[in-house]
Ligand binder design. Sequence first.
Ligand code: MN
Length: 190
Amino acid sequence: MSCFCLKKARPKTKQELSTILASETSFTVNEVEALLCTFKKLSSAIVDDDFLHKVFDMFDIKRDGVIGFGEFVRSLSIFHPNTSEEKKIEFAFRLFDLRQSGYIERQGLKEMVLATLTESDVTVPDDVAEAIVDKTMEEVDSKGDGKIDKEEWKEYVAKNPSLLKIMTLPYLKDITLAFPSFILHSEVED
Ligand code: MN
């Protein structure tokens, strides 16, 4: 697992980069530029949560141990409300395939259950969480081999679409509104 490091974006190519990223993701040019503010703030943040490490590890598409701004925007776009369910399902599978084994194993499923509970503001004792994980594994693992393959995962999400709630960050839809100071300083027209 690589450390959570963010590469500084090169200011010279900022506008060019924003245009490219906007064309490849669910964000507009203005929103990409607003994200640059977030990216810069994140650069100085320390993340010591294991699951977040895994998330940022996946953001590191080029696998060089650092997250470039392009990687940041492309990865964050997966969580955009307008991004297709298919892309979200695919990303979630890779996200919870913790050991890159090609399967979601029990530990990965546990991370997912915990993330879902947190998303719903529900706190449960550890033994209850374990019981939910066992019950969920039973439901998803239709072939009964103790791990979840992509086919089982897709079938399960189709029946339980609320699972994808953790793959969507509603505020990404109005990213520029979340950064009002940015709008005043924007030089780029959408
Ligand atoms: Mn299975």
